[in-house]
Design a protein around this ligand. Structure first.
Ligand code: HEM
Length: 413
């Protein structure tokens, strides 16, 4: 049986405009979609995606050597295996959980207050471009103890790095631009690494600089790669999820009213946002041996893209999957941020997101602060809603109107 539909392309403008419209047909008719321009396979069924992400023998992260390493300047966590992966993953997790988390949540509060303050008297904010993007970068810079006055430069370099990793097709000019960004980011980080090696603090970069594996410290290249890894992984999905959360709640006023009344529902609302519209839409793997899905063989060596958005809307995994419902019984708010998550927005298996618990705390904190400040929040008229991105996806902008606030002082402590 050929499951290849020659007329349909994931690289088409039609798909980019609204992939969700195509997911049911893909799952039902072409669950293994071959994209000739890239020579890669796209899997859309929940069970197939889960199989790829958990069968680490049959599907490796080898593809990241090409897709990530050139801009990360060294190996990222997702490329590592065995003891090295476990040990380095633990270091990163420690920086985002336990006692460290408490301090970071304080930084989330401070950043939220400072960044939203100028917009409150106006009664209008673009939650993506005015708030979410700087917020995502500021919080990550705080975690890494990097200087926030450099945030615009770092954000610009970071966006070049992210473009490289998340492009399905990249022109030679854009490739050059992305590599330039990566070189500049590396040049910025190297003196910081040198300084933290001499005077370590209690931040993640210092921990990476002083950690040893089998008695050997990490090289500057290894530390740089992990910093860029965290910078890229922590920033973009968080700001996209925040905007998507507000969009869905505004579009479902009864659920917005319930969350306003009971902020304890926020984790469920965030989890449902991640299921319904995962900001990371594609996770790549390399088939290490021929693998058969729904009667189609994916040959050894091929790149396989797991379509997280399609898997999260699979009726075999979730009842009434195209409905946004923060009360859905088949999700479970608490486990949605753990290895037992039913949705696949954080991936699953050995490489499941290390920042899931932090992302929950970060998003819960910022949303709990913004909701009472943004009274009567609604879409600003005259701005058609548009999402962008095939690999990572979120609103291009989210202009919102709300009741102006004139007596806010950004001192959250
Ligand atoms: C809503 C927010 C987030 C989403 C949706 C998200 C999504 C993901 C996904 C899908 C993966 C799996 C990639 C794969 O299997 O190849 C991943 C891995 C990862 N994430 Fe996140 N992420 C989020 C926030 C964060 C944050 C805040 C951090 C900060 C530390 C982070 C750090 C990482 C790292 C380091 C990995 C690689 C883990 C490994 O390979 O062992 N993420 N994330």
């Amino acid at each position: 049986m050929s499951l290849i539909d020659s007329r349909f392309s994931i690289l088409s403008e039609d798909f980019a405009a609204d992939p969700y419209r195509h997911f049911a047909r893909l799952r039902e008719r072409t669950p293994v979609h071959y994209e000739p321009e890239t020579g890669s396979y796209f899997l859309s069924r929940y069970q197939d995606v889960k199989r790829v992400l958990t069968d680490h023998e049959a599907f490796s992260t080898e593809t990241l050597q090409e897709r990530a390493e050139p801009v990360m300047r060294g190996p990222v966590l997702a490329q590592m295996t065995g003891a090295e992966h476990t040990a380095k993953r633990k270091i990163v997790i420690r920086a985002f959980t336990g006692p460290a988390l408490h301090e970071q949540i304080q930084a989330v509060r401070t950043n939220t207050a400072e960044l939203i303050a100028p917009f409150l008297p106006l009664g209008r904010v673009d939650l993506v471009n005015d708030f979410g993007k700087p917020f995502g970068v500021h919080v990550t810079l705080d975690v890494l103890a990097l200087d926030k006055k450099d945030w615009r430069r770092i954000a610009a370099w970071h966006s070049g790095v992210a473009e490289f990793i998340t492009s399905i097709v990249l022109t030679p000019e854009r490739r050059r631009h992305c590599l330039d960004c990566a070189e500049q980011l590396e040049a910025y980080l190297l003196p910081v690494i040198e300084q933290r090696r001499r005077h370590p603090g209690d931040d993640l970069i210092s921990t990476l600089c002083t950690a040893e594996f089998d008695g050997i410290a990490m090289s500057d290249r290894d530390v740089t790669a992990l910093i860029v890894n965290v910078l890229a992984a922590a920033t973009e999905p968080a700001d996209k999820t925040l905007a998507l959360l507000f969009k869905h709640l505004i579009d479902h006023p009864a659920q917005l009213a319930q969350v306003r009344q009971d902020p304890g529902l926020l984790p469920a609302a965030i989890a449902e946002t991640l299921r319904y519209t995962p900001p990371v839409q594609l996770i790549p793997r390399q088939a290490e041996q021929d693998a058969v899905f729904a009667g189609t063989t994916v040959p050894a060596g091929a790149t396989v893209f797991c379509m997280i958005g399609a898997a999260n809307r699979d009726p075999d995994a979730f009842t009434d999957p195209d409905t946004f419902d923060i009360h859905r019984p088949d999700l479970g708010a608490a486990r949605s941020f753990t290895a037992a998550a039913q949705h696949l927005a954080f991936g699953t298996g050995l490489h499941q997101c290390v920042g899931a618990a932090f992302a929950r705390a970060e998003l819960e904190t910022v949303a709990a602060m913004l909701l009472p400040l943004l009274d009567q929040v609604r879409h600003s008229p005259g701005h058609p809603y548009r999402e962008t991105g095939l690999y990572t996806r979120g609103p291009a902008s989210l202009p919102l109107d709300f009741t102006p606030v004139t007596d806010f002082t950004p001192v959250p402590h």
